[in-house]
Design a protein around this ligand. Structure first.
Ligand code: HEM
Length: 193
């Protein structure tokens, strides 16, 4: 099932998030054991919850400067966090800067906001984000135009599901093509930053 429109995207995530809470696992993943200890591929349920909690605890430990715990599950988690967290964030920053260079008015506004809220003598902290609405808008617009994972991570139905009047049988794969983000019915100039 391929989801293309804003209406379908909204209905899918509002009403059927839980029905499509599993992932597809290919033979290649199984043969190489990539599904072992993977948070992204874990079936929805208590095991997924435990993995999520482990990741959160380890990340908090890392913030406190302690080492990532070393058992198999956490090694898998570490690589997954590394893969999921590096290319996504770096490509977003590259595209944000590219868009700002191509849109000098927005660049001037972003710089002015940073100068007034942060100043020249310190770095931006997470706690500053609420006071930087223009920077937030720049990031959201960048993600809209250049999503790092354009098809999201495909889901799989855990049960027969009626969606937009059609019954999709258990194990149907869903692929979300971010129809919403560039739908001309939703945005005046969908391709303009
Ligand atoms: C711009 C940055 C990022 C984008 C656009 C992004 C996008 C996504 C998307 C679309 C999904 C699938 C969500 C779903 O099926 O409901 C996902 C899942 C995930 N992401 Fe990210 N992500 C980003 C940053 C990160 C970072 C920094 C980390 C970790 C340090 C991370 C770790 C994960 C994990 C573990 C999952 C699987 C969650 C699960 O299945 O329960 N992501 N991400």
């Amino acid at each position: 099932m391929i989801i293309l429109s804003a209406k379908a995207t909204s209905e899918f995530f509002k009403k059927h998030d839980l029905s499509f809470a599993e992932r597809n696992k290919t033979e290649t993943m199984r043969v190489h054991g990539y599904d072992q200890g993977s948070l992204a591929l874990a079936p929805y349920g208590s095991y997924w919850r435990v993995l999520r909690r482990l990741v959160m605890v380890d990340m908090l430990d890392l913030r406190k400067g302690q080492n990532f715990q070393s058992n198999n599950e956490n090694n898998g988690d570490f690589w997954e966090m590394f893969m999921a967290g590096t290319e996504t964030t770096s490509s977003t920053i590259e595209y944000a800067l590219t868009e700002l260079i191509c849109n000098p008015e927005s660049m001037t506004k972003a710089k002015a906001e940073l100068a007034s809220v942060i100043g020249a003598n310190r770095n931006v902290e997470e706690s500053d984000i609420d006071n930087l609405p223009f920077l937030q808008a720049v990031i959201k617009e960048t993600l809209r135009l250049h999503p790092p994972i354009p098809f999201l991570i495909p889901r799989r139905a855990i049960q027969d599901t009626k969606f937009m009047g059609i019954i999709f049988p258990k194990h149907t794969s869903s692929c979300e093509c971010l129809g919403y983000w560039k739908d001309p019915d939703v945005w005046d100039n969908p391709l303009t930053f």
